[in-house]
Design a protein around this ligand. Structure first.
Ligand code: ADP
Ligand code: ZN
Length: 650
């Protein structure tokens, strides 16, 4: 609360400043205080027209014409600078009263209209202090009330709180806007039916879930789906994000939860949507470095509220997370989020459908085949695809085209995959050559392996940070299971870049680091998870525990095997890499001519597409004869989740 204190101090500085200012204004600005003697001079000169005599002071109205010589210069000036009163020459003065028995007689003699006032110091006090203080207190309490309503309020200087409850009476999203995730839609259909007609369900005694947890990778359309449920049912959609609760002061999050549920009860039937549930629903006790009282309180409040209301009331809570494994188990108990709907990254058909939804309002040239775009974007989530359509349209617009062409889509895919092109990034000739050989190495190996994905495009244009070039492979289908032979071929392709550098220069560059890392990871998975090592046999070692949607590697968990086994694992991983290295070296030595030709072509053109690659291969040899020789073998393994990256070799 350090910050709060500081801000409070500033608040009081401002208040005191304001008070002093008010005093100054009230008491001095339009009245000049002059010494009693000067007052007497003015009176004697007949300049005083009217006076109010009170206990301590005399307020008088003075005609300033011809008083210039009667008063000291500064006094005359300040008198003139005060606003005129009843006439242009009239000014108000005040003087402290001196015990002067003759005063009334003199006033009389000068024909001054005068009156006495039982002026109390109270009145001055009231005007000068009490009224402003009352005003300030009012202001303060008003701000406090706002503060309580919307998190730390204005006077804290932190602006509006981020935790906002978004209420949409009509989301306008329908199931038709959500493509490629039909199973999830089906599961939520029941919720829609209930919200449309709660009475009917109640009559039938149907059991309705209170909470549905939507689980899926970022950008797969969880929020969209929740909105579509509200849209289909025609009910209000109240949404709030879990991560926004947590930044607040202790107690505020819990209050928000109460408020949220109170509002929902009023608006029932309706949907409460809590995005990023994991941010507030992290298992208690495994919070980070600092104790997280606020989060726990908020979570507890959520649990209490969920238990406290009756699902028959027509309020359904949808929550989204991409990390279900870290949620507090209490959240998943019956009566809470006991229904789970999983959204996977879309498959090729799903991707095409999503692209169609987003391309609805885009003018496409007849050559554009969204199925082809879908084929080029394995591992992309809905949000990535929406982004691609948008980027493609922008690209077409920049080039003043009438319709979006396939080229624009290719450009958009490249952008999304590898970041913006940075053509102007300077690379010296030697570096460029190294990158050309490196990428050519990946490509040649890929073309020589029966189970490797076809090369779609090779580029040595530096993109984004880190990637100096890339070889894009186009899988012919989506894969969920990979055979050992396929994994080995992938391993070879990954090593292709590095081995090419070795062959050509007898040396390697740092550019192959990412490839090596991925090759090592893959080999380790083959040994420890898929039981693909002959020496260790069909055993899975639980070296890593990560959730199905977790892309960040987690800290290794406790080992459940001996040091001896660990050593063998390391040896086996090393052996897999070594064998792959030898195979690749052999291939590239045999294909040296193609490698050189491709590298030269790359240096010349910077980008080599499939057609040019085919032409080059045809010219030099018959690539397919070698590829046909390799034969598939035994076991099946689940494919690792493939993000857009997984298809590239950098
Ligand atoms: P999440 O909540 O899972 O992170 P969002 O629902 O916010 O993802 O998705 C972001 C955007 O991506 C959506 O607004 C939509 O434009 C697009 N999108 C994602 N999934 C789909 C889908 N299945 N169908 C159509 N558009 C989708
Ligand atoms: Zn590489």
């Amino acid at each position: 609360m350090e910050r709060k204190n500081q801000l409070t101090i500033w608040y009081w500085v401002a208040v005191i400043g304001l008070l002093i200012g008010m005093q100054y204004y009230l008491l001095s600005s339009h009245v000049t205080t002059i010494p009693y003697s000067d007052f007497k001079t003015l009176l004697a000169a007949g300049k005083v027209t009217q006076a109010t005599v009170s206990q301590g002071t005399i307020n008088a109205q003075v005609d300033v014409t011809g008083t210039k010589d009667l008063l000291p210069a500064h006094e005359y000036q300040s008198l003139m600078s005060t606003p005129a009163t009843s006439g242009p020459q009239m000014r108000q003065i005040v003087t402290d009263r001196v015990d002067d028995p003759q005063l009334t007689a003199e006033l009389q003699a000068a024909h001054v209209r005068y009156s006495g006032a039982a002026e109390s110091p109270w009145l001055r006090m009231l005007i000068g202090w009490v009224v402003p203080i009352a005003l300030i207190v009012l202001l303060w309490s008003w701000l406090m009330r706002r503060g309580a309503g919307a998190g730390p309020g204005l006077m804290m200087g932190v602006g509006q709180s981020k935790a906002k409850l978004y209420t949409e009476s009509k989301t306008g999203v329908r199931f038709a806007d959500v493509a490629g995730i039909d199973e999830a839609k089906q599961e939520l259909e029941e919720v829609v039916q209930f919200l449309r007609n709660p009475e009917r369900f109640r009559g039938l005694g149907g059991k309705i879930p209170k909470g549905v947890l939507i689980v899926g990778a970022p950008g797969t359309g969880k929020t969209l789906l929740a909105k579509a449920v509200a849209g289909e049912a025609g009910v209000p959609f109240l949404s709030i994000s879990g991560s926004e609760f947590v930044e607040m002061f202790v107690g505020v999050g819990a209050a928000r939860v109460r408020d949220l549920f109170a509002q929902a009860q009023q608006r029932a039937p309706c949907i409460i949507f809590i995005d990023e549930l994991d941010a507030l629903g992290k298992a208690r006790g495994i919070s980070g470095i600092t104790g997280n009282d606020e989060r726990e309180q908020t979570l507890n409040q959520l649990l209490v509220q969920m238990d406290g209301f009756d699902s028959q009331s027509g309020v359904i809570i949808l929550a989204a997370t991409n990390r279900p494994e870290i949620l507090d188990p209490a959240l998943l108990r019956p009566g809470r989020f006991d229904r789970h709907v999983a959204i996977d990254r879309p498959d090729i058909k799903g991707r095409e459908a999503i692209l169609k939804v987003h391309a609805k309002n885009v003018v496409l040239s007849p050559e554009v085949d969204l199925a082809v775009v879908a084929a080029k974007t394995p591992g992309f989530a809905g949000a990535d695809l929406a982004n691609i359509v948008n980027e493609a349209a922008l690209h077409a617009a920049r080039e003043n085209k009438k319709a979006v062409e396939p080229k624009d889509f290719d450009e958009a895919i490249d952008r999304v995959i590898a970041g913006l092109e940075k053509r102007n990034r300077v690379m010296n000739a030697k570096e460029k050559e190294t990158v050309a050989y490196h990428e050519a190495g990946h490509a040649v190996v890929a073309e020589n392996r029966a189970h490797a994905d076809r090369v779609n495009k090779i580029s040595i244009i530096p993109r984004g940070i880190g990637a100096l070039g890339y070889t894009q492979q186009l899988p012919t289908e989506d894969r969920y299971l990979l055979k050992r032979s396929e994994l080995l071929d992938r391993l070879d392709v990954l090593l292709g870049g590095r081995v090419a550098e070795e062959l050509v220069y007898g040396d390697v560059s740092t550019g192959a680091q990412d490839d090596l890392q991925r090759a090592t990871d893959m080999a380790r998975h083959m040994v420890t998870q898929y039981g693909m090592s002959e020496r260790l046999g069909q055993v899975a070692f639980d070296t890593m525990r990560s959730g199905p949607f977790l892309t960040v590697p987690q800290a290794p968990q406790q080992m459940n095997y001996s040091e001896e086994t660990a050593r063998i694992i390391d040896e086996e991983v090393g052996r897999l890499i070594k064998d792959a290295h030898d195979r690749v070296a052999q291939t590239l030595t045999e294909e040296r001519e193609v490698l050189e030709a491709l590298a030269r072509l790359l240096l010349e053109k910077e980008v080599v597409d499939r057609a040019s690659l085919d032409a080059l291969l045809r010219e030099h040899r018959n690539a397919s004869s070698v590829a046909a020789a390799a034969a598939p073998s035994g076991e099946l393994t689940p494919a690792a989740p493939l993000g857009p990256r997984a298809r590239r070799s950098g």
